[in-house]
Design a protein around this ligand. Sequence first.
Ligand code: FES
Length: 203
Amino acid sequence: MTDWFPLALCVDVPSGTAAPARLRGAEIALWRGPDGQIHAWEDRCPHRGMRLSFGFVRDGNLACLYHGWQFGADAACRHIPAHPELRVPGTIRATAYKVEERAGMVWVSLDGDADAAELPDQSGFGARSLLVQVPVDVVRARLELPEKGWIWRDGALVAVHESEAGLTMLHLAAGNLADRNEIARRAKTLRDSLEARYERVCA
Ligand code: FES
């Protein structure tokens, strides 16, 4: 089983924004700095636990919405507005995960030893991400996904991850930019067929 999971399409986390994602029930904040670098952190501020994905990007830092603590690209707290003169202890930091962008998708690993060689090595263009109300094991079996959890099929990269128990996120990327709209439509058709078939089996 792979250690990498495709949590979002790259285009869905533009520069200067933060977005929430879930992986096996864990809440993760994705954010992208003005330099284009993507980050994946535990979606929990080390101060009082506010979701960091509610925050905003300022001066290359991610600022928490609650009390405005700012965290740099290395996840260390850089600034506490209530104590502007304070030299912030280096122990105050967000929890950062390994993250890579490949084939138009944002891949995250909670395992610090994960090897990026497992990831797709050809270019791709994110087409669509959809929630599928079917358990991930059923989706994997139905799509005949290999152990690594993704496959290139008919010009599209198809990848899934478990959002939480019973729910799967389905992501499709196009190998060619010109095919992106058609593959986005294919994602919806695939989602509908996965849910309809699962409903019939469970009925
Ligand atoms: S909870 Fe984030 S700064 Fe207070």
